[in-house]
Design a protein around this ligand. Structure first.
Ligand code: FAD
Length: 297
């Protein structure tokens, strides 16, 4: 067997559309051959490794609104698709109102990679290991999508269909992700377990967000999202419901962590066994929920 130690990119044609309509029409005309890209940190690696062979790469970075990062005290945060992760991390509005989003971005690889990588690319890549997806789910992200029939919106919660699979149709371009104003008094955290501290995908990732909520019997609502433990980013609904209905104590937080691990269906792979992943979900969920609870009380 010959191993190619210097794999290179296959040939492709670079397409730079001037408008969203033009981009969308091009992508729908060549559904099997054209692919949109932002930072390219997933696309180019997959092309180099032979998993993707698009004839056309359609640059959607400079289209209308895709570079905007806007905060409105009434409607919340809009992150254009092309806003890279370092811009998210250094935004004063994100730091003040959505620190969980900044924390999730900081967990992704390294500073140089984050100058290219985007949250929308992380989402559209639809890897169950995507580090920023949990924060986007917990913060109720909604995608703005431009398709051949014009713009539409789609909640992130129903976007993922399987590894690498989403509800996007040929011609669809995600132009932004929007977040409502976060609940008053909320606190969150993202805990990632990787094989090293730098530049590794999550063996397991746990996002936790809590908020005071008088409509819950416990007086608090917790959101959880799990990375790398199911075919899609996973929300362990039973654990969330349990905490809504039981007084918050160290014991109930640990029971929720157990339920969180129960919800997972991880696989064995080079980064960890299914058994190890389940145990780590339990440990990290307990740790994340306890940390969030401390910040709430
Ligand atoms: C060295 C290295 C380390 C990494 N470490 C991490 C890590 O720690 N954590 C992590 O989560 N990821 C990691 N990644 C993966 C990658 O960097 C992230 O998933 C990143 O967020 C992808 O963003 P991007 O803008 O580069 O996406 P791109 O590569 O441009 O696109 C990703 C996917 O989305 C599609 N797409 C892009 N834009 C759109 C659009 N507007 N509408 C519809 N579909 C679109 C593309 O066709 C492609 O399938 C790493 C990658 C590398 C190379």
């Amino acid at each position: 067997m010959t191993i190619n130690t210097h794999p290179t990119l296959p040939e492709f044609e670079y397409i730079l559309p001037q408008t969203l309509v033009e981009a969308s029409e091009f992508l729908s005309r060549y559904p099997a051959e054209a692919r949109p890209f932002l930072g390219g940190t997933d696309v180019f690696v997959r092309m180099r490794d032979g998993f993707l062979t698009p004839k056309f790469l359609v640059d959607v970075k400079n289209l209308n609104g895709t570079n905007d990062l806007r905060f409105d005290p009434q409607s919340g945060l809009t992150l254009g698709a092309a806003v890279n992760m370092n811009r998210v991390i250094s935004s004063p509005e994100v730091q003040a109102h959505y620190p969980l989003l900044a924390e999730a971005c900081r967990s992704v690889a390294s500073y140089p990679l984050r100058t290219r990588a985007t949250i929308v690319g992380n989402i559209c890549n639809a890897s169950p290991a995507g580090d920023t997806i949990g924060a986007c789910l917990a913060l109720d992200g909604v995608l703005n999508i431009h398709g051949v029939n014009g713009p539409r919106q789609e909640p992130l919660g129903s976007f993922f269909l399987g590894p690498g699979k989403t509800t996007l149709k040929p011609g669809d371009i995600v132009t932004a992700i929007r977040f409502p104003i976060p609940p008053k008094g909320c606190a969150g955290t993202y805990l990632k377990l990787g094989r090293n501290q730098l530049s590794d995908l999550a063996i397991v990732g746990v996002t936790a967000l809590g908020q005071p909520d008088s409509s819950c019997r416990s007086g608090y609502r917790f959101r959880l999202a799990l990375a790398s433990v199911a075919p899609v980013p996973l929300i362990p609904a039973e654990a969330e419901t349990y905490l809504a209905n039981h007084s918050i104590t160290p014991e109930s937080l640990h029971e929720a962590a157990r339920l969180s691990a129960e919800a997972c269906s991880p696989i064995d792979d080079v980064r960890g066994s299914a058994r190890y992943r389940k145990q780590m979900v339990r440990n990290l969920s307990a740790k994340a929920l306890t940390a969030v609870w401390k910040n709430l009380s």
